[in-house]
Design a protein around this ligand. Structure first.
Ligand code: CA
Length: 249
């Protein structure tokens, strides 16, 4: 049975979610604050299959909870609930490490569909990880890995992993999407606005500075020296440019 942690301080909404998710066969625990969510998730690092995380919480908000968890290496799939009319929250949520989001008020059927999507992705990742640790399958059964190699790094888009000299960094879905987008435009400057539209699907006038925070995080994985990036370059006044093989310096 899949276990969901619901982090929501509005009691009627939390209880409505509990009722409906239990009806769908999920096991549900509800906490009302960000601090409580962190306590529960730290005490049971693999205790939950999904987290539904409201942004507006008393005390620590959803963004802080998300970035603390990701910072500690916890990659439980997380759906954030953002307030309508705050498109910048979506970006902030992804920048903090969320996997998906829904705007309040939402339809239950859509929430359930999103949760299933996150679970499918996770099951699929898990299956492919299991398969890779077993004896190699016959070549015909192994689809070509969705990978991109640059320097001594490999991004595996199937597994949402960045491999750097034997170290493995898990990526969130959105981090992988941003990397993929920049890699697809290798060598070409890509504007922040274009990234917002193409990767995040945001067309409103969103504060594009949140992208910069996101890139700071990506550089920590991708760059040997994040303060002197060689792959993920800032193009002043425009946005970013990915270089696969920077010239030797
Ligand atoms: Ca709330």
């Amino acid at each position: 049975m899949n276990k969901v942690l619901v982090v929501e301080d509005e009691q009627h909404l939390a209880e409505g979610l509990r009722f409906n998710l239990e009806d769908e066969g999920y096991q549900v625990q509800v906490v009302e604050t960000g601090e409580a969510a962190l306590d529960v998730l730290r005490a049971q690092p693999s205790g939950f299959d999904l987290v539904i995380l409201d942004v507006m919480l008393p005390g620590k908000d959803g963004f802080s909870v998300m970035s603390e968890l990701r910072g500690e290496g916890q990659f439980v799939p997380t759906l954030m609930l953002t307030a309508r009319g705050h498109p910048e929250d979506v970006l902030k949520g992804f920048a903090a490490g969320a996997d998906d989001y829904l705007t309040k008020p939402f339809e239950l059927a859509i929430l359930i569909a999103r949760l299933r999507g996150l679970l499918r992705r996770r099951e699929w990742l898990r299956a492919s990880l299991d398969a890779s640790t077993r004896a190699p399958a016959a070549p015909a059964e192994t689809p070509p890995a969705d990978e991109f190699q640059f320097g001594d790094k490999t991004v595996n888009f199937d597994r949402l992993e960045l491999h750097v000299r034997g170290q493995v960094f898990p990526l969130t879905l959105m981090e992988a999407n941003v990397l993929r987008y920049l890699i697809q435009h290798e060598g070409t400057p890509v504007s922040r606005k274009k990234m917002l539209e193409e990767v995040w699907g945001l067309h409103e006038d969103t504060d594009t500075r949140a992208i910069d925070n996101f890139m700071v995080r990506l550089r920590r994985y991708v760059e040997d020296d994040p303060s002197h990036p060689r792959h993920l370059l800032t193009v002043r006044g425009v946005g970013y440019r990915f270089i696969a093989e920077p010239r030797a310096t």
